[in-house]
Design a protein around this ligand. Structure first.
Ligand SMILES: [Zn+2]
Length: 353
């Protein structure tokens, strides 16, 4: 796999290597795939490969000679500057922290700025590289403006649109991009990647299971113990939900809705943690313990599985997913959370014995 180092993404990597080798890199790429599988990382590696000045492997040609580099060296000044986010020709356009109450999203003013910059020659490298991530957050005006740019792409510029939900992009934008699909790697591939990075066997197995293929999370958790601590807290919370009174649930909904304004990603992570737990409970109830993520908590999962009715648990797992989608679509957080949390009794009703 070489220096691209992206477990499970051999197909996308091979397509990029081919384009680089043949000198047929597209003006625009669409990196499609689930969260945390390495879309942004792969886009940055492409930016590095396009600007790399290093010698690739022993005796391999340098970029700029007759032959072309097909993978970034990761060591030269441009590669390092790109990895560090300080290369003048490589920029990421993303959702900006807006004023309170302003519409979230990537706005047309940001796309106009991209237009302005990409009209200029590269400043320090061979090509400009613009990553739009998450691309589906471009609002309608921004997408229309960006479409104009794609229709007449400036020379020496490569765009990388990164998205987990391509359906929210204009078909006319999608059709002008070369599509690269990143898949969710198998748990065994994540485990192998963790072992290759020196994680011990038991930890690699647990993290791979917990990641459900989101390798970015797994690698981060391998280096940062606080992610697993946070997961323990979320499990405790997921379990506690079931025994909360209505008043406690309304309190919690209010508190979480307040936090959501400041740190939306924390709530999405919490919802994911709750869902992971209750999905495991469901798997235990279905006699499919092989498939659980929380492999180190089997005793507690069995306890919850015997305590709660299966239809209620299934309904709650579905409701958590729905709440996440509603929040992403800018529904009122407090309403979404109240609906979700008041629905917990169905998940928590004692099994009829
Ligand atoms: Zn390099």
């Amino acid at each position: 796999m070489g220096l691209w180092e992206l477990a499970g993404q051999e197909r996308a990597v091979a397509a990029l290597e081919r384009a680089l080798r043949e000198g047929r890199v597209a003006h625009a790429y669409l990196f499609v795939g689930p969260e945390r599988v390495g879309k942004h990382t792969l886009a940055l590696k492409l930016a590095q490969a396009l600007n790399c000045e290093g010698v690739v492997g022993a005796g391999a040609p340098t970029y700029g000679g007759d032959e072309r580099a097909v993978e970034p060296c990761g060591e030269c000044a441009p590669c390092r500057r790109i990895a560090g986010g300080i290369h003048a020709d490589v920029q990421t356009v993303t959702v900006e922290e807006g004023e309170e109450g302003s519409q979230k999203g990537i706005h047309v003013s940001q796309i106009r700025e991209v237009e302005r910059v990409t009209a200029l020659k590269p400043f320090e490298g061979r090509s400009r590289f613009v990553i739009i991530d998450p691309a589906e957050e471009m609002n309608a005006a921004a997408q229309n403006a960006f479409l104009k740019t794609l229709e007449e792409p400036p020379p020496q510029v490569v765009f990388a649109l990164v998205t987990a939900d391509e359906s929210r992009l204009l078909p006319t934008i999608r059709s002008r991009c070369r599509r690269l699909e990143l898949r969710l790697p198998a748990v065994t591939e994540v485990e192998a990647a963790l072992l290759a990075r020196g994680a011990d066997a038991e930890r690699a197995r647990l993290l791979a299971r917990l990641s459900r293929g989101r390798i970015g999370w797994a690698l981060e958790a391998a280096d940062d113990a606080s992610l697993l601590e946070r997961r323990d807290e979320l499990i405790a919370q997921a379990r506690a939900l079931a025994s909360m009174s209505v008043a406690q649930r309304l309190d919690l909904a209010e508190r979480l809705a307040g936090d959501f304004k400041r740190k939306p990603e924390a709530l999405f992570a919490a919802l994911e943690g709750w869902r992971d737990w209750w999905r495991d409970v469901l798997l235990v109830q279905a006699g499919a313990e092989d498939g659980i993520a929380n492999v180190d908590r089997l005793a507690e999962l069995r306890e919850d599985a015997s305590r709660h009715g299966r239809p209620g648990v299934a309904a709650f797992v579905r409701a958590v997913g729905e709440a996440g989608r509603n929040l992403q679509e800018n529904a009122l957080p407090r309403l979404v959370l109240e609906t979700l949390l008041l629905g917990v009794p169905r998940a928590a009703e004692p099994a009829r014995r």
